[in-house]
Design a protein around this ligand. Structure first.
Ligand code: FMN
Length: 137
């Protein structure tokens, strides 16, 4: 089932020559966050809050994870028997972390495109806190 769910997801779209985690390093479990449309049609940011909380909790117990929204819905819905009243909002992939990830400062060109070096280390540019805070009074 994990393999079938993996095949419904798009990993790191910026990295066109990287097909995602290699065999043996793929997620060992997934949480699919669903929205119940009989309750509301507008889930606002609730699934994002839930996903981030789950990921922080996962980290706390030594797991790594990634939230994914690039989902092949046509493939995933029948695979998991998702009913018509439910919307697939996010998929969270979980597992024991194997990747080396390096946070980088965003360069002068402002690009936030991540890259992998020849040792397979994943570099992720992050904006500085100063840039994120619009104003302080
Ligand atoms: C709403 C949302 C959707 C995302 N969807 C995908 C996705 O479909 N595929 C993917 O590889 N990364 C996706 N990401 C990026 C990863 O979840 C993760 O945020 C990114 O690798 C940066 O990791 P970091 O925040 O731990 O630095 C998404 C992030 C967010 C916030």
């Amino acid at each position: 089932m994990n393999r079938q769910i993996f095949d419904c997801l798009v990993w790191a779209a910026y990295l066109t020559d990287w097909k995602g985690p290699a065999e043996g390093e793929q997620p060992s479990g997934y949480i699919v966050i669903l929205g119940d449309k009989t309750i509301t049609e507008n889930f606002r940011c609730d699934h994002g809050i839930a996903a981030q909380t789950i990921l922080l909790g996962a980290r706390e117990i030594g797991l790594g994870g990634c939230m994914l929204a690039a989902i092949n819905h046509k493939k995933l819905r029948p695979l998991l028997n998702v009913g018509d009243e439910l919307e697939v909002l996010l998929v969270i992939a979980l597992g024991r972390p194997a990747e080396r990830v390096c946070l980088e400062d965003v360069g002068v060109d402002g690009s936030i495109r991540y890259w992998r070096d020849s040792d397979g280390v994943h570099h992720v540019p992050k904006r500085s806190l100063d840039e994120m805070i619009v104003s302080v009074h």
